[in-house]
Design a protein around this ligand. Sequence first.
Ligand code: ARG
Length: 469
Amino acid sequence: MKKLWGGRFEGAIDPRFDAFNRSLPFDQRMWREDVQGSIAWAHALAKANVLTAAEARELETGLRSVAAEIERDPSVLARSDAEDVHSFVEGRLKELVGDLAKKLHTGRSRNDQVATDLKLWTKGAVQALERALLDVQRALVELAEPNAALAMPGYTHLQRAQPITVGHHLLAYVEMLERDRTRFVDLLARCDASPLGSGALAGTAFPVDRAALATSLGFARATRNSLDAVSDRDHVAELLFACSLALVHLSRLAEDWIFFTSQEAGFLHLSDAVATGSSLMPQKKNPDSLELLRGKCGRVAGRLSGMLTTMKGLPLAYDKDLQEDKEALFDGVDTTRACLEVAAIVVRNARFDADRCASEAKKGYLNATDLADLLVRSGVPFRVAHERAGETVRAALERGVEIEDLPEATRKELLPELAKLTAAEFRRELSVEAVLARRGVLGGTAPARVEAEVRLWKTELAFRADTAS
Ligand code: ARG
């Protein structure tokens, strides 16, 4: 296919540089946006009396035929030797409608064209990411509901700390993903300005109504500085950051669950559908799905780092360096979507081991804080209570028993303020159920609170699914 810029050139392009320079192999996926932008541009030119209305209509028909052809057989793109998707669409349009196609690029540059295409693509990608995020959130809430009251050990420093409910653990990730969702929404608002009509760098020289053009493309507004408009790729970096952070969150879930599925913890069972075996060790069931979820984060964070480095120090306005934006963005978005999709499958197929979770929540002095709190309620200052509870744990450790299993005499000697409690009362006060129930505070792990949170999330997510376009 003929280049869009042949006139000034005498010599032919070196085929090795041509391959290096071409972006069609990866920017072909913006063909819909390129056609959409071109149709809008044709009509904007007609409104500016640069084309007749009939010409604009004919260009639109031709562009729709190009789109239909690609839709029917996308391999036409792979087979083409065009430089980029913009050259492909214009070149094919020329073959279909003839010389009229030569008028389409009036007052336009590939610089404002590609900036527009990429923003349109970004807007679509964010919608898909939001839907995928929502699905993971729903899967987590679905799993939290039956496990809202199930106790398990909670950790800090990977040391057993206090009992929590499984539902509370799961909703922590729903919160993280919710922040990710708002990051997507926020960046979309900033990205929602049409660069079309910015020309190569200085603004188009034809009297195009850029605001109307922006609206016709579904943008909230038109950009206000042509130099910035053609060279701005903030939305690429922002989206890659939002993707990276979402994957940081998934990597943390993955890490928690890899531990939970270990034989040492045994809290969680992964479905065979998302695990693999060992080629050597017949007994193995490996959590590869989770390990990949943990690992993919590095790849997308790398794309972000690459994009920021590409943007750093670029002079105004457009520079070909910016062509590097697309592979980074497409790979970052594809990887994130795949991770979200797999995460939802993993969550929907996971099963918490109720017996193991409940029995482990009783071990390891997870109620020591509550013993200190009991002393506080009997008038002992917290620092003193902490010390005394610590001594009690040491005494229990020495005997190899839990606090509530200490001999009565020892217990009364160590904790005289609680001597009034019968053995049964003392045991009840330190039971997992009591420890959990005390934490009914907003944001706490008490079953009643977690059940209420599950209900809130269900309403919220159902509403969101209804409004998602
Ligand atoms: N393929 C190019 C890109 O992705 C399109 C813009 C080319 N502009 C130019 N002045 N050569 O950035």
